[in-house]
Each structure stands twice: as structure tokens, then as C-alpha cells.
Write a protein of this length. Structure first.
Length: 310
């Protein structure tokens, strides 16, 4: 277990090393944009397909200016309103400004300004960093330093910023034909975005071809098989993942996502529970999917549906 302080993290990154960093959403594995070998190392360590691009993390909204070709309408308002915070924008870039490896050869890149104070401090020292979520490709993301260590042992030192406040990844927006669309549901809800945009952003993922091929890969999945919310399957599962304010009959192990009225709590607990199943060697778990289809619940539903595909 290697936990390091801010000053050490700064030096490591400047010298072309990797550091796991805390954000308000999930932990990331960061590398400097100036070290292509470090960026390649991230893909190797995570066993991430090279066609799945990384997010560029910025210390400040203005830092985006060095990279972008032009700003789609409404970008500045979104940045001013939601950065720092769990919003990622996919923007057209000057292609030479970001290494090909980080953006999977695309003419666009994804940007965000995270709000975790420790990582903001780090970004002010290092400048922009690329960072995917700190998990083996396909597995649940890491929301605590111990999760990073579970996946990478001592291969990646961790800047310990405690548990992540949100517990699910940032919401990704992309602009098409003058409107913003959701490319990934996340910690920022469509409803909150709609207040700012003046319209409800639609979800892109069902479109073909996908925005980036990386989105099609397996995601967020534990080794355990998840059976989603239809009673007939319940008998096969030895464990129930449900809500603390509901009663589930039968003698099964119970894992609580939190209160069925508190989606923030459910997001906060979600990846820890998925990881816990594997730690305890549980093979099949039934998940109570009886919750709304709006707000943060959309994100919870999407993560569980993808986690159940294997
Ligand atoms: O909350 C988060 O966003 C976390 C923390 C660490 O910041 N990061 C994160 O990164 O979730 P990652 O690598 O697990 O997911 C980034 C996703 C990629 O899978 C890809 O789908 C999308 O961002 N992405 C990146 N660049 C893109 C681009 N140019 N066009 C479309 N999608 C892009
Ligand atoms: Mg990820």
C-alpha cells in the first residue's frame, strides 16, 4: 500500500509517473499530458482498449483555451456554471495539443475541472492531467483509496483524499447540431442541466455509430452475476442488493444501497457494494430495481444495467 502526499504526487507526475487522485466523483489514475509513455502505461495497467479515450482534468476553466479549436454554443455558460464539478464536455480540439494516445485518435477531447480540493491543488502545481477512473477496465470504479489498492496493489501510489463524495462518474455532454446531448449519465442530473440549458438534453448512447468506440466495452461489472429486479430470478440468488427501508423475504444475505428515497446515498454506496460481492466471493445477487427513472436514479439504473451485462 503506497499512499503519498501532495508534494510527492507533484514530483511523480512531473517525472512521468502515475498517481491515483481523488475526485468528487471517483478516483482517477493520472498522468501528465507531457509524458506519452505515462499515458500508454495507464492503458497497459488498466488493460484498457486503446480506442477508449481519456478525460483531460484542468485546474481552471480558462485552461481549456489552449486546447480547443472552437467552442460549441453554450459551452462557456456550462463551464461557468458547473466547473469545478462533475460535468465533462467533449469539445473539438487543435489536434496537436493533445497526444493521440489520450484521445484515441479522435479530433475531439473530453475536459472537466474536478472539485476535490486536494486534486485542484495538485492540478495547479502540475497543470492539466489525463485520468481515467482508477479501476481495471470493465470493473466497478474506485471510490476509496482501498479500492485502488484492490485493483493495482502498490503499482500506483495513491493521493489519499478519503471517500469520493458523489460515488459515480461525471456526466458527459457532447454538442451536436447546436444542442447538448448526454453521452454518459453521471453525477450531474439531466434535470439540473435542463435548468441551465433551457431544454432537456437527450441521451446519445443508443445511436449508431457510437460517439467513441470505447463506450461499447463492458463497464462497471463485478465478477458476481447480477439479476436485475424481476421476481422469478430471485430464487437463484443468495444475496439481495436492495434498500434499507424495504423488507425482503427469504434467508438471503442483504446488502443495503441506502434509503430508497436518497439516490445520492445510493450512488455513494454503489461501487463499494459491487466490489464487496467479489471480496466475499458471492456469485449471484438479485438487485431491487424498483426506483424512479429520473434524476440520479437514471445514473444508478444505467450503471446497474451495464454491470449486469457480461
Ligand atoms: O468522473 C469522471 O469522469 C472520472 C474521474 C476520474 O474524473 N473519470 C472517468 O474516466 O470516468 P473514464 O476514463 O473512466 O471515462 C471517460 C469516458 C470514456 O470512456 C469515453 O467514453 C469518454 O469519457 N470520452 C473521453 N473522450 C471522449 C471523446 N473525445 N469523445 C467521446 N467520449 C469521450
Ligand atoms: Mg471508467
Amino acid at each position: 500500500m503506497v499512499r503519498i502526499k501532495l508534494a510527492q504526487a507533484h514530483i511523480k507526475l512531473r517525472m512521468g509517473g502515475l498517481v491515483a487522485i481523488p475526485t468528487e466523483t471517483v478516483y482517477g489514475i493520472a498522468a501528465s499530458l507531457d509524458h506519452v509513455s505515462a499515458i500508454k502505461k495507464i492503458f497497459e495497467l488498466k488493460r484498457r482498449p486503446p480506442n477508449n479515450p481519456l478525460i483531460v482534468h484542468l485546474p481552471h476553466p480558462l485552461a481549456v483555451e489552449s486546447y480547443i479549436a472552437d467552442l460549441p454554443p453554450g459551452s462557456q455558460e456550462l463551464m461557468a456554471h458547473f466547473w469545478p464539478g462533475p460535468l465533462t464536455l467533449v469539445l473539438p480540439i487543435k489536434i496537436e495539443s493533445i497526444p493521440n494516445e489520450a484521445r484515441a485518435g479522435l479530433p475531439t477531447a473530453a475536459f472537466r475541472v474536478p472539485s476535490h480540493p486536494l486534486t485542484l491543488q495538485l492540478l495547479h502545481l502540475t497543470g492539466p492531467l489525463v485520468a481515467p477512473s482508477a479501476n481495471r477496465s470493465g470493473s466497478p470504479s474506485s471510490t476509496a483509496p482501498s479500492h485502488v489498492e484492490e485493483d493495482f496493489d502498490d503499482l500506483v501510489p495513491v493521493l489519499d483524499g478519503g471517500m469520493c463524495d458523489n460515488g459515480v462518474e461525471s456526466t458527459i455532454l457532447v454538442s451536436k447540431n447546436g444542442k447538448w446531448h448526454i453521452a454518459r449519465f453521471g453525477a450531474l442530473t439531466p434535470e439540473v442541466l435542463a435548468e441551465q440549458l433551457g431544454y432537456y438534453p437527450s441521451f446519445l448512447s443508443s445511436q449508431s455509430p457510437p460517439l467513441c468506440p470505447g463506450m461499447m466495452h463492458r463497464h462497471y461489472a463485478p465478477k458476481a452475476r447480477l439479476l436485475l429486479g424481476s421476481d422469478p430470478y430471485r430464487g437463484q440468488a443468495r444475496a439481495v442488493i436492495g434498500f434499507s427501508d424495504r423488507i425482503y423475504s427469504g434467508r438471503k444475505r442483504f446488502f443495503s444501497l441506502g434509503l430508497s428515497t436518497r439516490p445520492e446515498e445510493v450512488c455513494y454506496n454503489l461501487y463499494e457494494i459491487l466490489r464487496y460481492l467479489d471480496r466475499r466471493g458471492i456469485l449471484v445477487a438479485w438487485v431491487d430495481m424498483d426506483f424512479p427513472d429520473s434524476g440520479l436514479w437514471r445514473t444508478v439504473r444505467e450503471r446497474l444495467e451495464r454491470a449486469a451485462q457480461s
